[in-house]
Design a protein around this ligand. Sequence first.
Ligand SMILES: [Zn+2]
Length: 398
Amino acid sequence: MIVVPLGVASATPTALRHLPAVALWREGSVFLFDCGENAQMRMLQAGIKRSKIECIFISHFDVDHYSGLIGLLSTLQLQRREKPLRIAGPAGIQEYVEWNLKFSGVELGFEIIFIEVEEGTDEARVIDEDDYYVEARALKHRRYCLGYRFQEKDRPGKVNAELAAEMGVTEDQHFKDLKSGKDVTLSDGTVVKSSDIVGHPRPGDSFAYVTDTEYCPNAVKLALNTNILYHEATFSDTLADKASETGHSSAKDAARVATEAQTKLLVIGHFSARYTNAHVLLKEAREGFYPAWLANELRPIFTDPTHERGIVKAKVELRDLSKESDRKDNYRSDYHSGGKRNFRPRRSSGGYRSNNRGRSRGGYQNRHRSSDRNRDENRWNNDSSNRSRSSYRDHDRF
Ligand SMILES: [Zn+2]
């Protein structure tokens, strides 16, 4: 399975972060978890075909999580989709979609199969196929919100056909029985044991999508032993009060869920716009659970890197978060040593503004770098600080 974060912002998008959506690619099919504004464009940029979407899972009805849905459906219609599409979410999703399509006079050429979860439901299996299922569980947010777990079913162990032939197995029915775990008796009376011929069952991969929640036991249940847990980390622990007031998690909470669930890899996302550099959140998550990564928009995460690398190729250049982190160190050392590289002082401080012209590497990032630095330094050290002014300072929620 390949997980591709499409939007890692929380409720307020920034110039570099889009509203929440995560795509899961599995054997050519795509599953979309939340559908924030721009999700369809980010899929296009990620190199993921929108026509391959099998199912869309909506967590809840805060606007940032479903504002891209109608646009995406319209595109699927324009692409002349015929295959049915499933949309799962809290009850009300059907009314919302149908009202919008009717209002716009769109008559879809494909069927939408709605899977609604009644408010108050603690857990539900929303999809159940031969080789995978998806379960939803209620999280702890200010409004009814669902987390999801995508689970591949265990695959039967491989039959050692050579060994079976050596032991005299020739009939198809005997192979089937052995595969299903039954021992067989051959015509000459030889008993062939299934356990001698068939390997161990191969456990299916799993992915949990847990966002817009405070710490809660259902988050741990969803994430239990998963290969990949995508968990929100809206705030750092210094804003724990704000996190619980708004029904969100800190990076420390995400690490707690990952630890209790024994997931293999924690990927954090849904970052508050106040964190212009999310590495402070990664650092905090790693203090609690080391195998943690930052969700980087459009960068694929694999459950089987050996075989999956290269399947999903982004069509735009990806931001290199590790370099961004290096650059931050550069800014700091340059600043402290009075250096000029990468750092443009305010006009009022005079001096060498023109020296930096033409050296811009990061476009938007560079032009705003000095204010970012102030904002970050204050916030990194003390999130509740009021010393810095930034466009996000007065944001009540995020
Ligand atoms: Zn949200």
